[in-house]
Design a protein around this ligand. Sequence first.
Ligand code: SAM
Length: 290
Amino acid sequence: AGTEVATPKRTKEIIAKYGFSFKKSLGQNFLIDQNILNNIVAAAELDETKGALEIGPGIGALTQRLAQAAGKVTAVEIDNRLIPILKDVLAEEAHTTVIHGDVLKLDLKQLFAEQFADVSGVSVVANLPYYVTTPILMKLLEEKLPLEHIVVMIQKEVAERMAAKPGGKEYGSLSVAVQYYCVPKVVCTVPHTVFIPQPNVDSAVIKLSLREKPAVDVPDEDHFFRVVQASFAQRRKTLANNLTAFVGKERREALTEMLLSNDIDPIRRGETLSLVEFARISRSMLEAGW
Ligand code: SAM
């Protein structure tokens, strides 16, 4: 394998050699720390029978490590200026494919069929571009791709929201969506000094382990998520008020009764409700035809 990319010296050399200039609009902050890479790769539980999908390989700091840990690595990079650099940096790595494209526009089912037919499981491992973290993760989850783990570096506050339990101010519709599909765990927090250039926010590595089936059984996922969104629409309002706005004023009384019959106090706030409680509400609302 080639020399480690993720050191300040080597990263600066590569950038100078190719005359690369960072695009802030693409969330380009390259990792230059070996320990953080060790933590990310270890959390992904890879071996030679497993595949890794990397989103945004940059100049290949993580890609190189994944190539050593997994049986197949596929990396999707949007910036065409990085494609020749990646080709050079990864020249000695076997079973590694770089695809030029926007992960949000790619047909990932097809990509999985083409790239990962021969592995026993696939995980997403990435240092994500922060401007599109949530759309990327929601795409991965909603398309129900056959994933084992998603281990990603993201903005620290977003990681905290994903892993938040009911009752605190971090808990919201993102927490519910992530925890519906996955078991989240914050692996480590990361100072901004381990990137070139340094981002102006703190970061964290989060591991999302995909559940075999969703955390709660709901008759209609779309409806469940709409109820969750509505419950958090105005965070300082009670559940009864937020849900009345969703079902219509004329149903206020019936809604209150429905909540009470589900053992849910209508004056609670959305942020105190568990996934099980949201699922109960969604089911009852559907039964009432709301
Ligand atoms: N993996 C590298 C590292 O850790 O040093 C680079 C990480 S950097 C935070 C994010 C990378 O994602 C950049 O290389 C950027 O060009 C790429 N990127 C941004 N938006 C993307 C998209 N929609 N699809 C694929 N790659 C994207």
